[in-house]
Design a protein around this ligand. Structure first.
Ligand SMILES: Nc1nc2c(ncn2[C@@H]2O[C@@H]3COP(=O)(O)O[C@H]4[C@@H](O)[C@H](n5cnc6c(=O)[nH]c(N)nc65)O[C@@H]4COP(=O)(O)O[C@H]3[C@H]2O)c(=O)[nH]1
Length: 824
């Protein structure tokens, strides 16, 4: 746009001319202006000036097709007058309707020409005024005597030339001569057609016209340099009309400069852009504040967000929440100190899915050394992670049974050893080897062998404890790792469960059932080894011993343990038979009132007399019965038996207070327990007022809320409830108050050595005081001598039970403690 302001005065003049034309021809006339300074442009006040239009620069080529073109004195286009003869006013349009239409048209044409001439004259005036003003403002032009135009342009690297209005070269500098490979004489006075091939020449000439039309400097385009001695380079040519002081065109000036470097950078940028765009990785660029400004490549594919959705936002929007502050602190520290961070990060897609990325963030620094941008390039590594996990699984698992393999087992043992070391606990490894498994493979083939191993793996998995690990470490060799073992008993129990895996026969297709047995070897940390290797080796050697002992058995690495364990096992299996074989019976121990020395009741105590093992103490077999799940069955038998005894005494006309039955924690845990007691009372006919249940303190406190609910129901039935072994657990006083109990049973360990043992005396006194405070009776168990009895009685204990009065006895031997009933 020619930057010469046109004052309002001129616009108004032109408007008048346009209006005149319009009313003469009765048609629309519009002055379209393309090339003038926007200062005072009618567009700004179009309401008052009316029919002017300022067109977009792009219309310049269209404008050239108009016949009524208006030009600046330099021949640059100013605009045109456009007429619309076909407009609404057609009826009155003399150009259309007049009989002398041709004459009218000629007249009108000359009017237009006049108008255009007038405008062009005024444009020359405007141009001159402007130049004058410019000259005044710029002051006198300096002229250097020794520096002429040729010298000046020869000193420049750019190619510089001037063509006159007929397109002949008037001036050129040395760079042009060098570049074109011609002397000045060969160039001056020549046209482009004479110097260049036709296509190139017409391109150059057209560009000259463009510069003239626009009246300003234009960039014509880029072309390859022609120097023969220089490698390929790029030139950018600018052209500007050379205008005399008066405004008339003198020619065109051309300047070409080498833009190879700029071009190379541009190409590089384009290439980078294309690489980014086609990248399978996502690219995200943020400014220094972390605001996203650009995305490329697979960004949208990976994140699910379009570029528009993220620009202007902070990358925090992708946060998965899986990383803590320390993670991001490290990322930023890497970016600030090293300019780069590379690593794995979990981010969130638009659909909410969290996924792993391999991310590289780089800082881009400006010339001032300050960070200007951050470029993040990331790849979705979900698939890679998955295959890594699969590989890791394969490396640590047996492909046939999918169980952990030797490598996994060793690392688990090491891990559990560290834990056991801290906890000062024990762990065990059980080596299981299928007896004569080779025969299966030899007789039925390896496929059948594999099938059995898979079946066995499933069975062993079902038999092992939930915290235990089963691994397959060789052909027919399995190992069970028990991470927490409290004692030999527990271990024996675990072994007998594992052996159950072999109880049922195995089937291969529909063939004959196959019976299998296994030899097992056990080693225990820390006793039999302090590392995984030693533990496994010793479990293996124990297994060999079991095999030598005739297979289908097990052995501990420490031989004494084997013996002990075998005894446990025998005890367990005998206990299973005891109920069926009627090897249990009850004995009763009287409880006496300390003041009256009258019998207040009997405690029923279970006795087990095994034909082989002899008498086994309840202290030994009750815990085992609890562990192997027999206690409920045994407890029900005791309850029924004791109630029947009570009914028998009643029917014999005896009074005995209440029969107290011990209830194990496991029994009370069953939801059906209260109903079961009710049923036994109904079936036997014992009144609830003749029954007492003793529950241990530790169980009462295990789940007080549930216990309270059940005990309440029992209490409501009329059954008395007492807390056994009181003082050995950790009773919460607040719960104790809420429990519907009637009696505290002071544990015999506190009665022992009374009154000499000061600690026990203090505890006994405290329990008695507590009972009194809570309105509960207190009974002391294990009273063996008069001194104990005197102490307890003197301190307010209500009842006593112990060898001093009677050992637990068969019912027939208790006549002395039964009172003949008058009325029950
Ligand atoms: N040293 C000494 N001991 C005395 C004295 N007076 C009584 N004893 C013993 O003290 C134990 C009291 O029973 P407990 O504390 O309920 O302790 C019982 C109870 O917890 C459990 N138990 C016995 N029978 C059953 C039963 O039928 N069911 C349940 N769940 N547990 C039972 O076995 C434990 C041991 O029972 P027992 O061997 O019969 O041992 C009985 C009894 O014989 C004495 O003056 N000196």
């Amino acid at each position: 746009m020619i930057d010469i302001p046109i004052s309002l005065k001129y616009w108004q003049n032109w408007q008048n001319s346009v209006d005149l034309l319009s009313s003469y021809a009765q048609c629309d006339v519009v002055l379209r202006v393309i090339n003038a300074s926007e200062q005072y442009c009618p567009q700004l006040s179009s309401a008052s000036l009316g029919n002017h239009q300022v067109l977009d620069e792009n219309c310049i080529s269209d404008l050239a097709n108009y016949s009524h073109i208006i030009k600046w004195p330099s021949r640059a286009l100013f605009g045109c007058l456009s007429l619309c003869i076909e407009s609404e006013k057609t009826e009155m349009n003399p150009l259309k309707n007049s009989e002398n239409r041709d004459v009218e048209l000629v007249k009108f044409e000359s009017l237009i020409t006049l108008c255009i001439k007038n405008i062009e004259l005024e444009l020359s005036e405007i141009y001159r005024e402007h130049q004058q003003k410019n000259k005044l403002e710029r002051g006198p032009i300096t002229s250097l005597e020794n520096v002429n135009l040729q010298l000046f342009i020869d000193s420049l690297k750019e190619h510089i030339w001037i063509k006159d209005t007929s397109g002949r070269y008037m001036v050129c500098n040395q760079s042009v001569e060098r570049a074109w490979g011609k002397t000045r004489e060969e160039i001056i006075s020549k046209t482009d057609e004479e110097l260049f091939i036709a296509d190139l020449a017409s391109e150059f000439i057209q560009a000259d016209f463009d510069a003239v039309d626009k009246g300003i400097q234009i960039v014509t385009g880029e072309c390859k340099g022609q120097d023969e001695d220089v490698d390929k380079y790029w030139l950018e040519t600018s052209k500007v009309p050379l205008v005399a002081e008066g405004g008339e065109l003198l020619g065109v000036i051309g300047v070409s400069r080498n833009i190879s470097q700029h071009k190379a950078v541009q190409e590089e940028l384009e290439l980078t852009g294309r690489v980014f765009e086609n990248s399978v990785e996502g690219v995200m660029i943020t400014d220094r504040k972390g605001e996203i400004i650009e995305t490329y490549g697979a960004f949208s594919e990976i994140t699910g967000y379009s570029k528009e959705e993220v620009v202007g936002k902070n990358p925090r929007m992708f946060s998965s929440g899986r990383h803590d502050n320390a993670f991001f602190a490290e990322l930023w520290s890497g970016l600030i100190h090293k300019g780069k961070w590379h690593g794995e990060i979990w981010n969130r897609r638009k659909n909410g899915a969290v996924f792993p990325q391999m991310l590289t963030v780089s800082s881009v620094f400006g010339e001032d050394g300050e960070v200007r941008y951050f470029v993040a390039v990331f790849a979705d590594i979900t698939l890679q992670k998955r295959s890594e996990a699969e590989l890791a699984h394969q490396a640590y698992h047996d492909p046939l049974t999918k169980l952990p393999n030797r490598m996994a087992l060793i690392s688990l043992i090491e891990q559990d050893i560290r834990h056991a070391e801290v906890q000062q606990g024990q762990l065990a490894t059980v080596f299981i080897d299928v007896d004569l498994f080779k025969h299966i493979n030899d007789s039925f083939g390896h496929l059948a062998g594999d099938k059995i191993l898979v079946e066995l793996a499933g069975r062993l998995t079902r038999q092992k404890g939930s915290e235990d690990t089963l691994a397959r470490i060789g052909g027919d060799e399995f190992v069970v790792l028990l991470p927490q073992v409290e004692g030999n008993e527990e271990l024996t129990l675990a072994l007998s469960k594992l052996r159950k895996a072999f109880e049922q026969p195995f089937f291969i297709d529909d063939k004959e059932p196959i019976r299998l047995t296994a030899s097992m070897g056990v080693s225990v940390y820390p006793h039999d080894g302090k590392d995984s290797y030693t533990l496994l080796r010793n479990a293996d050697s124990a297994k060999h011993r079991a095999k030598q002992d005739g297979r289908n058995s097990y052995a501990f690495y420490t031989e004494s343990l084997t013996k002990e364990s075998i005894e446990h096992l025998k005890l367990q299996s005998a206990l299973h038979d005891a109920l069926d074989k009627q090897n249990f019976h009850l004995v009763y121990q009287p409880k006496l009132d300390f003041v009256t020395m009258q019998t207040t009741g009997f405690e029923a105590l279970l006795r087990w007399c095994d034909p082989v093992l002899g008498n086994v103490s309840p202290d030994k077999f009750i815990p085992i019965a609890e562990k192997i799940g027999l206690i409920n069955e045994i407890g029900s038998w005791v309850l029924k038996e004791a109630c029947q005894q009570g009914v028998k005494w009643i029917s014999q006309g005896k009074t005995f207070g209440r029969i107290a039955v011990n209830v194990a924690g496991q029994q009370l845990q069953r939801t059906s327990f209260v109903d079961e007691v009710k049923l036994v009372l109904e079936e036997t006919g014992l009144p609830a007022s003749a029954l007492e249940l003793e529950v241990t303190e530790s169980f009462m406190m295990s789940d007080p809320e549930v216990v309270i609910r059940d005990l309440q129901r029992l209490g409501e039935m009329g059954i008395e409830l007492s807390i056994d072994d009181f003082g050995t657990g950790y009773s919460s006083l607040s719960y104790l108050k809420k429990l519907p109990i009637h009696k505290l049973k002071l544990d015999q360990s506190f009665v022992k050595d009374l009154p000499l043992d000061l600690n026990n005396s203090a505890i006994a006194k405290a329990v008695i005081a507590l009972g009194q405070a809570l309105n509960l009776k207190v009974i002391a168990e294990g009273v063996e001598n008069e001194a104990q009895a005197a102490f307890l009685r003197d301190n307010g204990c209500h009842e006593a039970q112990g060898y001093l009065y009677s050992k637990p006895m068969l019912p027939e031997a208790l006549n002395d403690f039964l009172i003949d009933r008058v009325h029950y």
